[in-house]
Design a protein around this ligand. Structure first.
Ligand SMILES: O=C(CO)[C@H](O)[C@H](O)COP(=O)(O)O
Length: 223
């Protein structure tokens, strides 16, 4: 799956920017609060408007403090996935259960420096693991290949049937890096600048999807 990140889109034309990537699997929406990360983007009112403007399932990535308070309303609004950060809460299971109870898929995200081992036991409470391959906060950064060991570890658990989970990666994904992520077992690739910086965003999505499928030991391209 390819999830274009609207962080790299024109925020004054979000409906058109969503339409420009029709055919994407998810639309990745970066919610930043200027506390958990040093940047401020958008919040629930914009997500509610986007939900009316596009049929692409919204993959909301909350880079915010206190997700227990703020995550469930995104699920209630109709987001497909609501992902929050492991580093932002002491009770990720409670947050995941609240998101699921409110009708969305629950995602857990980890920063590049956060090990995955302490969270393996609780991943059964989640539908998605979002591995950050840049420090969260800004688009256009360079991919950090050292995080792929986390994708590999979780992929093994998915392949052995111990977990049912989408392995997603975010940060610096482009035509130079998507294959390494696919080889590590990633299912879903977030791409901001590589999609919205392209002359033809929809073609960029198709190219990334084809490249990922060709490099993946477990994915098959569905036309
Ligand atoms: O979560 C993010 C940053 O915190 C973005 O989704 C991510 O960086 C995508 O941008 P790019 O593909 O340009 O790296």
């Amino acid at each position: 799956m390819i999830a274009p990140s609207i962080l790299s889109a024109d925020f004054a034309r979000l409906a058109e920017e969503a339409a420009a990537v029709a055919g994407s699997d998810w639309l990745h929406v970066d919610v930043m609060d200027a506390h958990f990360v040093p940047n401020l983007t958008l919040g629930l009112p914009v997500v509610q408007s986007l939900l009316k403007a596009t049929d692409i399932p919204l993959d909301c990535h909350l880079m915010i403090d206190n997700p227990g308070r703020w995550a469930p309303p995104y699920a209630e609004a109709g987001a497909h996935n609501v992902t929050f950060h492991a580093e932002a809460t002491d009770d990720p299971i409670a947050v995941a259960r609240d998101i699921r109870a409110a009708g969305a898929k629950a995602g857990l995200s980890v920063k590049p420096g956060t090990p995955i081992e302490p969270y393996l036991e609780i991943l059964k409470e989640f539908d998605t693991l979002l591995v950050m391959s840049v420090e969260p906060g800004f688009g256009g950064q360079s991919f950090m290949p050292e995080v792929l060991s986390k994708a590999r570890a979780v992929r093994r658990l998915v392949d052995s049937g111990e977990l049912t989970l989408v392995v997603e990666i975010d940060g610096g994904i482009n035509t130079d890096t998507v294959e390494a992520a696919a080889e590590a077992g990633v299912d879903c690739f977030v791409a901001g600048s590589a999609v919205y910086g392209a002359a033809d965003p929809a073609a960029a999505v198709r190219a990334l999807r084809a490249q990922a499928a060709s490099a993946s030991p477990h994915l098959t391209l569905v036309q």
